[in-house]
Write a protein that binds this ligand. Structure first.
Ligand SMILES: NC(=O)c1ccc[n+]([C@@H]2O[C@H](COP(=O)([O-])OP(=O)(O)OC[C@H]3O[C@@H](n4cnc5c(N)ncnc54)[C@H](O)[C@@H]3O)[C@@H](O)[C@H]2O)c1
Length: 371
């Protein structure tokens, strides 16, 4: 069987997760090249995973590696340029979240991929996480809870691992941009893929990373969907105790709760502590939740298997560039709402440099007083 050739852009946190997924689960793909701006990191990453070639020049990798697919695992502010360059060379693209930094970039990326006739998938793994997919099927296919009137997602931890996340000129925003994008994409996915959104209201705080970043590190967003369904996204970089991702769906005939991390784990008590607990969990002494098959449970392999299948069969990805843009539009509206204190009606656009400017430009007091 001829395998689909993938070039991986980036050698950081999420690149390792994608590599584990490719090697263990995506048998119809082979990663033929890796790019890192640091030559040594590229070489070390290639050695670790037996990747035949490595590059410290992204353009060269796309042109010379013989790849059919580029898997973009670079910081947010590079998504736009990396996508345009890959599309120009006729490569299919799978792109990590958030889609990009601005709506203008999003429009250019979608247009470039259309013009080049390449597939563009927005890598939203919550649409593939097995536990959440079971819940979506319960609700949408098995009618387990009747008519949905409210759904919630919360993703929380104590803050990202790399400096660029905290620099809003590179990330575009804080916890909402980084984690809230999952909530918005997941809600859209449960509600059929492209539900109409009427309005967005939000409030935000900067509590834990106040000194380090202008970004919000705690946010609550309320979305009014068509048919009066309410969506609530709670996203935080200020919550200690390791990665937390939970959903709740309420219907007129029932309710379903699902916990992606702690609900999948073994409850452990350790006097001396031990090795790995879970993503961003920190301390392992005392009580902890020991994750297993973390990459699998979050849906990364299923997402990559799906995209490779789309490339091989020329079919449309389940999550597209348009979905990535729609998520970003809600993020814009949420920053605007948190800044102005008003409900924002969609469609909404603005020519700000980065989405969080919509909040910051109101000059509101970011630090919250503690009791
Ligand atoms: N799907 C998810 O849940 C999930 C989880 C983590 C990260 N991500 C996304 O993946 C992307 C990468 O995040 P990460 O956690 O791997 O970050 P990271 O900091 O761990 O790795 C980033 C990579 O990009 C490189 N890089 C940084 N600045 C660069 C620059 N100026 N020029 C060229 N290369 C540069 C770094 O050297 C590194 O290889 C981000 O868009 C992030 O939002 C998604």
């Amino acid at each position: 069987m001829k395998k689909t050739k993938v070039a991986l852009a980036g050698s950081g946190f999420i690149s390792h997760i994608h590599m584990e997924s490719y090697l263990r689960f995506v048998h119809e793909a082979e990663v033929v090249a890796v790019y890192s701006r640091n030559k040594e990191n590229a070489a070390n990453f290639a050695k670790q995973y037996n990747i035949p070639t490595c590059y410290d020049d992204y353009g060269k990798m796309i042109k010379e590696s013989g790849c059919e697919v580029v898997d973009i695992c670079l910081p947010n502010f590079l998504h736009h340029k990396a996508t345009l360059m890959a599309a120009e060379q006729g490569k299919h693209i799978i792109l990590e979240k958030p889609f990009c930094v601005t709506l203008q970039e999003a429009d250019e990326m979608i247009a470039a991929c259309k013009e080049a006739g390449v597939l563009l998938m927005y890598a939203e793994e919550l649409a593939f996480a097995p536990k959440y997919e079971r819940v979506r099927n319960l609700v949408t296919k098995e009618n387990a809870i009747g008519k949905v009137y409210m759904l919630k997602n919360g993703e929380k931890h104590s803050g990202p691992h790399s400096d660029w996340f905290y620099d809003v000129s590179q990330s575009g925003g804080g916890a909402l941009m980084d984690l809230g994008c999952h909530a918005i994409a997941w809600m859209r996915w449960v509600l059929g893929g492209n539900p109409k959104i009427k309005s967005v209201s939000a409030t935000m705080q900067s509590i834990y990373h106040y000194e380090r970043s202008k970004a919000e590190d705690n946010s609550v967003v309320v979305i009014e969907f068509e048919n009066d369904v309410i969506g609530v996204a709670e996203d935080s970089w200020a919550r200690h105790g390791g990665m937390d991702d939970k959903i709740e769906i309420y219907g007129d005939k029932g309710v379903v709760y699902s916990d992606l991390f702690q609900g999948n784990s073994s409850l452990t008590y350790s006097v001396d502590g031990y090795g790995y607990v879970a993503e961003k969990a920190g301390e392992s002494k005392g009580w902890s939740f020991t994750m297993f098959e973390e990459v699998f449970n979050q849906g990364y392999p299923h997402e990559l298997i799906h995209f490779i299948d789309c490339v091989r069969n020329g079919t449309k990805p389940l999550v597209t560039g348009e979905d990535g843009r729609a998520v970003l539009e809600v993020i814009y509206a949420a920053y605007e709402s948190a800044g102005t204190g008003k409900k924002v009606y969609l469609p909404f656009n603005s020519d700000v440099e980065v989405p969080i400017d919509l909040w910051l430009r109101q000059g509101i007091k970011r630090k919250i007083a503690t009791l």
